[in-house]
Design a protein around this ligand. Structure first.
Ligand code: TYC
Length: 146
């Protein structure tokens, strides 16, 4: 994910050859190029020779938000089926899957893993679909973290 800082970090003079897409910059006014015919009066073309005043904007990188896959308790899905789901879709071993199933059984819900948004939503949908194919009401959802 890339957002752009609002403040201008510097003002820089650039000539035509520097105004390529490889530079992260934006003109203070739309740049018409050296032959646009505005003469010395163009605000960006200070010398009338294709030299432009540009804002250099620093890109700000942020990690994308993680999503937790949450399994919910119900009164009907067999415990063995929940354990099988945890083994099959979340790569847990039998001990960890049993502990997590009991956690959900006693406390109502538990997070079973954190993923990117797409992966979490896909896993949750796959679990619900798998449960429905086996006629169990097991619910599973993706939730944004923090
Ligand atoms: N509560 C269920 C039962 O007693 C077991 C269960 C555990 C169901 C976890 C769903 O996510 C769940 N059969």
């Amino acid at each position: 994910m890339q957002t752009r800082k609002k403040e201008t970090t510097s003002l820089t003079l650039m000539n035509d050859s520097m105004l390529s897409t490889r530079h992260s910059c934006s003109l203070t006014q739309p740049y018409a190029g050296p032959d646009a015919g505005h003469g010395a009066g163009d605000e960006n073309d200070l010398h009338g020779q294709g030299v432009a005043l540009v804002e250099v904007v620093k890109p700000e990188l942020k990690h994308p938000r993680r999503y937790q896959v949450v399994i919910l308790n119900d009164d009907y899905t067999p415990m063995e089926f929940v354990i099988e789901v945890l083994l099959r879709f979340f790569g847990l071993n039998a001990d960890a899957a049993t502990q997590l199933m009991l956690q959900v059984h006693h406390h109502g819900r538990a997070g079973v893993g954190s993923y990117s948004k797409d992966v979490a939503e896909t896993k949750a949908a796959m679990v619900v679909e798998y449960a429905q194919q086996h006629e169990h009401p097991l619910l599973c959802q993706a939730e944004p973290m923090l």
